[in-house]
Design a protein around this ligand. Structure first.
Ligand SMILES: [Zn+2]
Ligand SMILES: [Zn+2]
Length: 333
């Protein structure tokens, strides 16, 4: 009865007291996780992810700086005449750096985690904590180190195939953005069309979160992803000797940015070159270094806005034309 009376009082009381009660209810929310509303769960998830992200960001910036310094040693350069600060594509890369900044891998991870968390029915604050540290799928019971290893191998395998699909006729215009760099350097690693990001990295991450890989493990590995991407694009002549069959190297990936007949349709793996060795797409001729980079389409835009927009038009054109013509985009790199 007391409860009933309380309700009557609230209904009949001044509006301000009703609002006060509601605010008090919200303030109590963290101590009463079982009554969380979907929006509250969403906000807690965002807050928790933001904590994780800010703690990792200094690592990413430090690693990018490290590779900048390393690239300053000409004796180690794959293409000695090309230094990153004279890269004709630097302005375009800078747009990607600022507009799709270093934070992008984290934001992408955050988005993926949010989608999977909501899809798998995370309904309380306690669930959020649990989901962020343990995940929910079958792999969530494994030790974080094992999860990290599975994540690295699993995503690399999926990204290898996603990359091959992006070199196909229809999706090529979006990936051509990445290949449009005529001087490949560490900043090229940022030059990716959002569609390429979403259908590549985001989909693979989503699969991993759904399988139970802890978002904490994924976020912890983001600096490794940034480091690898910057390193394989840096202007270095490093091949790692026999380990070239295990790890992607600057020379390995620079061949991928070359003309089709010289490795442009080879070396798809982001981190582990043994996928290419296994699937017959490995290309690293002994004693040779790649020299030419870019797309075989002189009309492909060189500026950021053009590179954001034109791939959509070219993508539609790939469905309109039954056969590629001389002026249409194609997997030329
Ligand atoms: Zn490619
Ligand atoms: Zn690349």
């Amino acid at each position: 009865m007391a409860h009933g009376n309380g309700r009557v009082c609230r209904r009949n009381g001044p509006i301000s007291s009703v609002v006060k009660d509601d605010i008090a209810g919200l303030a109590r929310f963290p101590r009463q996780p079982e009554i969380a509303k979907p929006m509250d769960v969403f906000l807690i998830l965002v807050h928790k992810l933001a904590d994780l992200l800010t703690s990792q960001l200094p690592w990413a910036i430090g690693l990018a700086a490290l590779f900048t310094v390393v690239s300053l040693f000409p004796s180690q350069a794959c293409n000695p005449g090309q230094v990153w600060w004279k890269n004709p594509g630097l302005l375009t890369d800078t747009h990607y750096l600022f507009i799709i900044p270093v934070l992008m891998p984290y934001l992408r991870t955050a988005l993926v985690v949010l989608v999977v968390a909501l899809a798998s029915g995370v309904t309380s604050a306690a669930d959020v904590e649990d989901f962020l540290t343990k995940g929910r799928g079958p792999l969530s019971t494994l030790h974080p180190v094992a999860q990290g290893a599975i994540y690295m191998l699993g995503t690399d395998f999926m990204l290898y195939w996603a990359h091959r699909i992006f070199h196909g006729r229809n999706l090529w215009p979006f990936h051509a953005v990445h290949h449009s760099a005529e001087h490949v350097d560490w900043t090229t690693s940022y030059r990716n069309h959002p569609v390429n990001n979403l259908l590549g990295a985001s989909l693979t991450q989503m699969t991993m979160v759904a399988l139970g890989i802890s978002p904490e493990v994924m976020v912890a590995l983001v600096p490794f992803d940034i480091l690898t991407a910057a390193w394989v694009h840096s202007n270095l002549n490093w091949t790692l000797g026999p380990l070239k069959y295990v790890f992607a190297t600057p020379v390995f990936h620079r061949w991928h940015h070359g003309p089709v007949h010289l490795g442009g349709e080879k070396n798809f793996a982001p981190t582990f070159s043994f996928w290419d060795y296994m699937f017959g797409t490995f290309y690293m001729p002994e004693g040779e270094l790649p020299e030419e980079y870019g797309v075989d389409d002189p009309d492909f835009p060189k500026d950021f806005i053009g590179q954001m927009v034109v791939p959509f038009r070219q993508f539609i054109q790939t469905f309109q034309r039954p056969k590629p013509k001389a002026d249409s985009p194609g997997p030329a790199e």
